[in-house]
Design a protein around this ligand. Structure first.
Ligand code: GUN
Length: 293
């Protein structure tokens, strides 16, 4: 069994990005600039955004954090999005989700200029992904593809089960795994809350990508000997022994599943660090105007 070290891979990629940024700047180019809008004080979002700002520093990017209280109106937020769309110094930006209930996330996502949508959530980027055109790809699925690539995991012709069908992870993940590409070229099944025989689907899978947000959902009896298991789960479980007061729990019952696997990602230290580094890669692409002018 090989433990996939997302922390080490992400550290290496950040170094690669930082080296490229210094080359760009030394040649008189512009330092990439990522802006992030954070609304309210959701604990998870605070941590994610703080980590994104930290990653920008490690990559040599400029970053701007724009904060609003949870009572900001939808119109005020949309006005800020439009301002960032027009700001030539900002190469890419994100609006951290979830947003308060009185704001339409879809409306906000669609207001972002797709050329600056480094989250890859805008329908133009999603549509381009589906038909295999250059675009910004959602960070978590792209990070998983990068792990599969760097660990030389064969995906062509393999049976891949994706657990979960969210717009951010499950759907783009399934799209990438079925794409005519390497990694890709897999036979993909997407399972969700209405799937009839999810356990049997998993038992037949060469690759399981679990993104349902249910701690310890994937158990040893669901996993074929030699399978590759990728755990996207990050449920916060209260834990008084931790400084933060919680620990992260994956969707996979790691201790019993790991011995059966050829490759498995831990939680934390697997997919999580790759998600942030994928956003950094998209920001570098945005800074270079590599996808859109
Ligand atoms: N909330 C959870 N994941 C993400 C993400 O990748 N981007 C944004 N903007 N919000 C999120």
């Amino acid at each position: 069994m090989t433990l996939i070290d997302g922390k080490a891979v992400s550290a290496q990629i950040k170094q690669e990005i930082a080296a490229e940024v210094e080359q760009i700047v030394a040649a008189g180019g512009k330092r990439p600039h990522l802006a992030a809008i954070l609304v309210g004080h959701d604990g998870g979002s605070e941590t994610y955004v703080a980590n994104k700002v930290k990653a920008c520093e490690a990559c040599g990017f400029k970053s701007s954090l724009i904060r609003y209280e949870a009572d900001i109106t939808e119109d005020e937020l949309l006005a800020k999005v439009e301002e960032l769309n027009q700001d030539a110094d900002v190469d890419g930006f994100i609006v951290q989700l979830p947003l308060p209930k009185h704001i339409s996330e879809q409306k906000v996502i669609e207001a972002i200029d797709y050329r600056k949508d480094v989250d890859g959530f805008h329908p133009i980027n999603v549509g381009r992904l589906v038909i295999g055109l250059p675009c910004y790809v959602s960070a978590t699925p792209n990070g998983i593809i990068e792990l599969l690539r760097r660990y030389n995991i064969k995906t062509s012709g393999k049976k891949c089960v994706v657990l979960g069908r969210s717009n951010i992870v499950g759907k783009p993940m399934a799209t990438l795994m079925m794409q005519k590409a390497n990694p890709g070229d897999a036979t993909v099944t997407v399972c969700h809350s209405h799937s009839k025989d999810l356990k049997k689907e998993c038992q037949e899978a060469d690759i399981i990508i679990a993104a349902i947000g249910k701690p310890n959902f994937v158990t040893a009896d669901m996993v074929k000997e030699g399978a590759v298991v990728i755990d996207v789960g990050t449920t916060r479980i209260p834990d008084a022994t931790k400084k933060s007061g919680f620990r992260l729990n994956g969707d996979v019952k790691f201790d019993e599943v790991a011995p059966k696997c050829s490759f498995i990602t831990p939680v934390p230290g697997g997919v999580g660090p790759m998600t942030i580094v994928s956003l950094m890669k998209n920001t570098l692409l945005a800074g270079k105007k590599a996808i859109y002018q």
